[in-house]
Write a protein that binds this ligand. Sequence first.
Ligand code: SF4
Length: 84
Amino acid sequence: MVELRAEVDLIPESMVAEYGGVRFMDQRGDGACVALDPVSRLCTIYDIRPTVCRQFDRGSALCRSILISPDAVRRLVSAASVSA
Ligand code: SF4
C-alpha cells in the first residue's frame, strides 16, 4: 500500500483510504492502486503522485523482483508481518 504523508501528498479524497488513522492510496479489488489506469497501466495522477511513488527507484532490483514475481513479494511481506 502507498502511505500518504500528511499535508505533503495532496491526493483527491476519492482516492484515499484511511486505516487506524493512517492515510493510504485506496486500492481496487485486485490490489491495484486506484490511480492506476487499468488499460494504459499509467498513473492518472502522475504530476501529483505521492512522495513514496516519487522516491521509489524504478528499475531497481526491488522493482524488478516485484515485476517478475509479485507472489514472492507478498510472501516476504506476510512473513515480515508475522514476525513483527
Ligand atoms: S505512481 Fe500513481 S498509480 Fe502508481 S502507486 Fe503511485 S499513485 Fe498509484
